[in-house]
Design a protein around this ligand. Structure first.
Ligand SMILES: [Zn+2]
Length: 309
Protein backbone atom coordinates (compact mmCIF):
# COMPACT_ATOMS: atom_id res chain seq x y z
CA UNK A 1 0.00 0.00 0.00
CA UNK A 2 1.34 3.37 -0.95
CA UNK A 3 0.64 6.21 1.42
CA UNK A 4 3.28 8.80 0.95
CA UNK A 5 2.67 12.32 2.12
CA UNK A 6 6.17 13.69 1.84
CA UNK A 7 9.56 12.88 0.38
CA UNK A 8 11.87 10.68 2.41
CA UNK A 9 14.97 12.54 1.37
CA UNK A 10 15.04 16.01 2.79
CA UNK A 11 17.36 17.96 0.60
CA UNK A 12 19.52 20.76 -0.31
CA UNK A 13 20.11 20.22 -3.98
CA UNK A 14 19.91 23.10 -6.38
CA UNK A 15 18.41 22.65 -9.82
CA UNK A 16 21.51 22.58 -11.97
CA UNK A 17 21.78 18.90 -12.76
CA UNK A 18 25.03 17.84 -14.32
CA UNK A 19 26.20 14.31 -13.59
CA UNK A 20 29.60 14.30 -11.96
CA UNK A 21 32.39 11.81 -11.91
CA UNK A 22 34.19 11.49 -8.58
CA UNK A 23 37.56 11.05 -10.23
CA UNK A 24 37.21 13.61 -13.00
CA UNK A 25 34.43 16.15 -13.24
CA UNK A 26 35.67 17.61 -16.47
CA UNK A 27 34.72 14.96 -19.04
CA UNK A 28 31.21 14.41 -17.70
CA UNK A 29 30.61 18.14 -17.35
CA UNK A 30 31.75 18.78 -20.91
CA UNK A 31 29.55 16.01 -22.27
CA UNK A 32 26.63 17.30 -20.25
CA UNK A 33 27.19 20.85 -21.48
CA UNK A 34 27.04 19.57 -25.08
CA UNK A 35 23.78 17.77 -24.37
CA UNK A 36 22.29 20.84 -22.74
CA UNK A 37 23.32 23.00 -25.69
CA UNK A 38 21.61 20.58 -28.10
CA UNK A 39 18.52 20.43 -25.89
CA UNK A 40 18.31 24.22 -25.74
CA UNK A 41 18.59 24.40 -29.51
CA UNK A 42 15.86 21.81 -29.87
CA UNK A 43 13.60 23.75 -27.52
CA UNK A 44 14.17 26.91 -29.53
CA UNK A 45 13.29 25.14 -32.80
CA UNK A 46 10.22 23.69 -31.18
CA UNK A 47 9.04 27.07 -29.99
CA UNK A 48 9.66 28.69 -33.33
CA UNK A 49 8.40 25.88 -35.48
CA UNK A 50 5.01 25.08 -34.04
CA UNK A 51 2.21 26.20 -31.80
CA UNK A 52 2.58 23.21 -29.50
CA UNK A 53 3.50 25.40 -26.56
CA UNK A 54 0.00 26.86 -26.64
CA UNK A 55 -1.58 23.46 -26.13
CA UNK A 56 -2.72 22.71 -22.61
CA UNK A 57 -0.51 20.03 -21.02
CA UNK A 58 -1.16 20.96 -17.43
CA UNK A 59 -3.28 17.96 -16.47
CA UNK A 60 -2.32 14.29 -16.50
CA UNK A 61 -4.76 13.30 -19.26
CA UNK A 62 -3.17 15.95 -21.53
CA UNK A 63 0.42 15.51 -20.33
CA UNK A 64 3.42 15.70 -22.68
CA UNK A 65 4.75 12.47 -24.16
CA UNK A 66 8.46 13.06 -24.71
CA UNK A 67 10.84 10.59 -26.32
CA UNK A 68 14.58 10.51 -25.82
CA UNK A 69 17.01 7.93 -27.22
CA UNK A 70 16.23 5.35 -24.51
CA UNK A 71 13.16 6.69 -22.67
CA UNK A 72 9.52 7.69 -23.15
CA UNK A 73 8.49 10.24 -20.54
CA UNK A 74 5.01 11.44 -19.58
CA UNK A 75 4.93 14.71 -17.65
CA UNK A 76 2.91 17.88 -17.09
CA UNK A 77 6.14 19.79 -16.51
CA UNK A 78 7.24 22.15 -19.32
CA UNK A 79 8.30 20.40 -22.52
CA UNK A 80 11.90 21.65 -22.10
CA UNK A 81 12.05 20.07 -18.64
CA UNK A 82 10.96 16.67 -19.95
CA UNK A 83 13.44 16.91 -22.80
CA UNK A 84 16.27 17.72 -20.42
CA UNK A 85 15.28 14.83 -18.17
CA UNK A 86 15.31 12.45 -21.15
CA UNK A 87 18.73 13.66 -22.28
CA UNK A 88 20.06 13.41 -18.73
CA UNK A 89 18.81 9.82 -18.39
CA UNK A 90 20.32 8.94 -21.78
CA UNK A 91 23.64 10.28 -20.56
CA UNK A 92 23.26 8.20 -17.41
CA UNK A 93 22.82 5.09 -19.59
CA UNK A 94 26.11 5.98 -21.31
CA UNK A 95 27.81 6.31 -17.91
CA UNK A 96 26.43 2.89 -16.87
CA UNK A 97 27.78 1.37 -20.07
CA UNK A 98 31.19 2.93 -19.37
CA UNK A 99 31.09 0.95 -16.12
CA UNK A 100 30.81 -2.22 -18.18
CA UNK A 101 27.13 -2.87 -17.48
CA UNK A 102 25.76 -4.81 -20.42
CA UNK A 103 22.36 -3.22 -20.82
CA UNK A 104 21.39 -4.72 -24.21
CA UNK A 105 19.07 -1.85 -25.10
CA UNK A 106 19.29 -2.20 -28.86
CA UNK A 107 15.95 -3.07 -30.36
CA UNK A 108 14.08 -3.13 -27.05
CA UNK A 109 11.21 -0.78 -26.22
CA UNK A 110 12.09 2.51 -24.59
CA UNK A 111 11.97 2.69 -20.81
CA UNK A 112 8.68 4.21 -19.61
CA UNK A 113 8.85 7.08 -17.12
CA UNK A 114 5.71 8.60 -15.54
CA UNK A 115 6.40 11.84 -13.68
CA UNK A 116 3.26 12.86 -11.78
CA UNK A 117 2.64 16.50 -10.83
CA UNK A 118 1.35 15.83 -7.31
CA UNK A 119 1.85 13.39 -4.47
CA UNK A 120 -1.90 12.61 -4.58
CA UNK A 121 -1.73 11.46 -8.23
CA UNK A 122 1.49 9.54 -7.54
CA UNK A 123 -0.14 7.75 -4.61
CA UNK A 124 -3.27 7.06 -6.65
CA UNK A 125 -1.19 5.39 -9.37
CA UNK A 126 0.74 3.36 -6.78
CA UNK A 127 -2.39 2.28 -4.94
CA UNK A 128 -4.20 1.17 -8.07
CA UNK A 129 -1.16 -0.84 -9.17
CA UNK A 130 -0.26 -2.42 -5.82
CA UNK A 131 3.11 -0.70 -5.64
CA UNK A 132 5.47 -2.51 -3.30
CA UNK A 133 7.04 -1.30 -0.08
CA UNK A 134 9.99 0.33 -1.83
CA UNK A 135 7.67 3.07 -3.01
CA UNK A 136 6.50 3.88 0.49
CA UNK A 137 10.09 4.71 1.38
CA UNK A 138 10.97 6.85 -1.59
CA UNK A 139 9.55 9.44 -3.99
CA UNK A 140 9.90 7.15 -6.97
CA UNK A 141 9.69 3.47 -7.78
CA UNK A 142 10.07 0.91 -10.57
CA UNK A 143 6.80 -0.92 -11.24
CA UNK A 144 8.12 -4.34 -12.28
CA UNK A 145 4.65 -5.88 -12.06
CA UNK A 146 2.86 -3.19 -14.10
CA UNK A 147 2.23 -3.79 -17.79
CA UNK A 148 4.41 -0.90 -19.00
CA UNK A 149 7.06 -1.63 -16.33
CA UNK A 150 7.32 2.09 -15.68
CA UNK A 151 9.43 4.20 -13.43
CA UNK A 152 6.88 6.27 -11.49
CA UNK A 153 7.90 9.52 -9.84
CA UNK A 154 6.53 12.81 -8.59
CA UNK A 155 7.69 16.36 -9.18
CA UNK A 156 9.39 17.97 -6.21
CA UNK A 157 10.43 21.61 -5.69
CA UNK A 158 14.00 20.37 -5.21
CA UNK A 159 14.83 19.63 -8.84
CA UNK A 160 17.97 17.54 -8.47
CA UNK A 161 16.26 15.31 -5.93
CA UNK A 162 13.70 14.26 -8.56
CA UNK A 163 16.51 13.45 -11.00
CA UNK A 164 18.25 11.38 -8.32
CA UNK A 165 15.08 9.49 -7.45
CA UNK A 166 14.21 8.85 -11.10
CA UNK A 167 17.79 7.75 -11.85
CA UNK A 168 17.68 5.36 -8.88
CA UNK A 169 14.47 3.77 -10.17
CA UNK A 170 15.64 3.82 -13.81
CA UNK A 171 18.67 1.76 -12.73
CA UNK A 172 16.29 -0.89 -11.34
CA UNK A 173 14.33 -0.73 -14.61
CA UNK A 174 17.49 -1.12 -16.75
CA UNK A 175 18.78 -4.05 -14.65
CA UNK A 176 15.37 -5.70 -14.95
CA UNK A 177 15.49 -5.28 -18.74
CA UNK A 178 19.12 -6.40 -19.06
CA UNK A 179 18.85 -9.44 -16.78
CA UNK A 180 15.21 -10.60 -17.07
CA UNK A 181 14.07 -13.13 -14.50
CA UNK A 182 17.21 -12.73 -12.40
CA UNK A 183 17.45 -11.26 -8.94
CA UNK A 184 20.53 -9.84 -7.28
CA UNK A 185 21.61 -9.53 -3.65
CA UNK A 186 19.83 -6.44 -2.23
CA UNK A 187 23.07 -4.60 -1.47
CA UNK A 188 24.14 -4.90 -5.13
CA UNK A 189 20.72 -3.95 -6.52
CA UNK A 190 20.33 -0.92 -4.21
CA UNK A 191 24.04 -0.04 -4.27
CA UNK A 192 24.08 0.29 -8.05
CA UNK A 193 20.81 2.28 -8.10
CA UNK A 194 22.08 4.71 -5.46
CA UNK A 195 25.58 4.94 -6.95
CA UNK A 196 24.24 6.13 -10.32
CA UNK A 197 21.68 8.44 -8.64
CA UNK A 198 24.52 10.14 -6.74
CA UNK A 199 26.27 11.02 -10.03
CA UNK A 200 24.06 14.15 -10.01
CA UNK A 201 25.67 15.45 -6.85
CA UNK A 202 28.64 13.66 -5.25
CA UNK A 203 29.53 16.45 -2.80
CA UNK A 204 26.05 16.18 -1.30
CA UNK A 205 26.51 12.42 -0.82
CA UNK A 206 29.80 13.00 1.01
CA UNK A 207 28.16 15.71 3.13
CA UNK A 208 25.35 13.29 4.07
CA UNK A 209 27.92 10.67 5.20
CA UNK A 210 29.52 13.20 7.51
CA UNK A 211 26.09 14.16 8.86
CA UNK A 212 25.12 10.51 9.60
CA UNK A 213 28.33 10.05 11.59
CA UNK A 214 27.92 13.32 13.47
CA UNK A 215 24.29 12.62 14.34
CA UNK A 216 24.87 9.00 15.33
CA UNK A 217 22.68 7.75 12.48
CA UNK A 218 25.35 5.69 10.70
CA UNK A 219 24.33 2.25 9.37
CA UNK A 220 27.18 -0.27 9.94
CA UNK A 221 28.61 -1.67 6.70
CA UNK A 222 27.89 -5.16 8.10
CA UNK A 223 24.16 -4.33 7.87
CA UNK A 224 24.46 -2.60 4.48
CA UNK A 225 25.79 -5.83 2.98
CA UNK A 226 23.25 -8.17 4.55
CA UNK A 227 19.86 -6.60 5.13
CA UNK A 228 16.96 -6.70 2.65
CA UNK A 229 15.11 -3.46 1.78
CA UNK A 230 12.24 -4.54 4.03
CA UNK A 231 14.56 -4.07 7.02
CA UNK A 232 15.81 -0.59 6.11
CA UNK A 233 12.95 0.85 8.19
CA UNK A 234 13.33 4.48 9.28
CA UNK A 235 16.95 4.48 8.07
CA UNK A 236 16.12 3.89 4.39
CA UNK A 237 17.71 7.20 3.40
CA UNK A 238 20.92 6.32 5.28
CA UNK A 239 21.04 2.86 3.65
CA UNK A 240 20.69 4.28 0.15
CA UNK A 241 23.19 7.10 0.52
CA UNK A 242 25.76 4.89 2.30
CA UNK A 243 25.44 2.07 -0.25
CA UNK A 244 25.85 4.50 -3.18
CA UNK A 245 28.86 6.13 -1.56
CA UNK A 246 30.33 2.71 -0.60
CA UNK A 247 30.16 1.76 -4.29
CA UNK A 248 31.93 4.99 -5.19
CA UNK A 249 34.61 4.23 -2.55
CA UNK A 250 35.18 0.74 -4.01
CA UNK A 251 35.02 1.83 -7.67
CA UNK A 252 36.89 5.13 -7.46
CA UNK A 253 39.01 5.34 -4.31
CA UNK A 254 40.11 2.16 -2.48
CA UNK A 255 43.59 1.20 -3.76
CA UNK A 256 43.02 -2.54 -4.22
CA UNK A 257 39.49 -2.35 -5.69
CA UNK A 258 39.30 0.82 -7.75
CA UNK A 259 39.09 0.97 -11.52
CA UNK A 260 41.20 2.49 -14.23
CA UNK A 261 39.77 4.35 -17.17
CA UNK A 262 40.70 4.20 -20.87
CA UNK A 263 40.62 7.10 -23.32
CA UNK A 264 36.93 6.49 -24.04
CA UNK A 265 36.02 6.66 -20.37
CA UNK A 266 35.48 2.89 -20.12
CA UNK A 267 36.28 1.57 -16.67
CA UNK A 268 37.74 -1.73 -15.51
CA UNK A 269 38.82 -2.86 -12.07
CA UNK A 270 38.44 -5.51 -9.36
CA UNK A 271 35.16 -4.29 -7.85
CA UNK A 272 33.57 -3.76 -11.27
CA UNK A 273 34.68 -7.32 -12.20
CA UNK A 274 33.02 -8.59 -9.02
CA UNK A 275 29.80 -6.71 -9.84
CA UNK A 276 29.73 -8.00 -13.41
CA UNK A 277 30.15 -11.58 -12.18
CA UNK A 278 27.33 -11.08 -9.66
CA UNK A 279 25.03 -9.58 -12.32
CA UNK A 280 25.80 -12.45 -14.67
CA UNK A 281 24.57 -14.84 -11.96
CA UNK A 282 28.00 -16.33 -11.22
CA UNK A 283 28.84 -17.57 -7.74
CA UNK A 284 30.97 -14.75 -6.33
CA UNK A 285 31.67 -16.47 -2.99
CA UNK A 286 35.05 -17.59 -4.32
CA UNK A 287 35.88 -14.25 -5.95
CA UNK A 288 39.05 -12.80 -4.34
CA UNK A 289 37.16 -9.68 -3.34
CA UNK A 290 34.33 -11.47 -1.55
CA UNK A 291 36.25 -12.08 1.68
CA UNK A 292 37.48 -8.48 1.74
CA UNK A 293 33.85 -7.37 1.75
CA UNK A 294 32.22 -9.97 3.97
CA UNK A 295 35.02 -11.04 6.31
CA UNK A 296 37.28 -7.99 6.54
CA UNK A 297 34.24 -5.75 6.98
CA UNK A 298 35.92 -3.77 9.78
CA UNK A 299 38.81 -2.82 7.48
CA UNK A 300 36.31 -1.91 4.77
CA UNK A 301 34.27 0.23 7.16
CA UNK A 302 37.30 2.07 8.59
CA UNK A 303 38.61 2.90 5.11
CA UNK A 304 35.16 3.98 3.92
CA UNK A 305 34.56 6.24 6.92
CA UNK A 306 37.94 7.95 6.69
CA UNK A 307 37.99 8.33 2.90
CA UNK A 308 38.86 11.80 1.58
CA UNK A 309 36.10 12.50 -0.97
ZN1 LIG B 1 15.99 0.94 -4.94
Amino acid sequence: MLTRTAMSLGVLCVFAPAPQSPSTHTAADAAYARIMARATQAVQSELEGSTRIWDDHSTWDKAWEIESKHFRIRTTQPWAYGTKLGDGLDQMVAIMQQHGLELNLNGSAKGRVLLYPSIEEYNKHGNSNNADEHSTLYGSYFGARESERPVVGVVNPSGTLVWMQITHSVTHQLLHRAYPGQTRPPWIEEGLASYFALHWNWPWGAEELRRFQKEGNWVPVYNLLRRPVSRYGTQAHQYWIELGMLFSYLINYRADTKCTKDANGNKTGPFLDYLRDALAGKNVATHPLHAKLFEDTKVLEDGFKSNKW
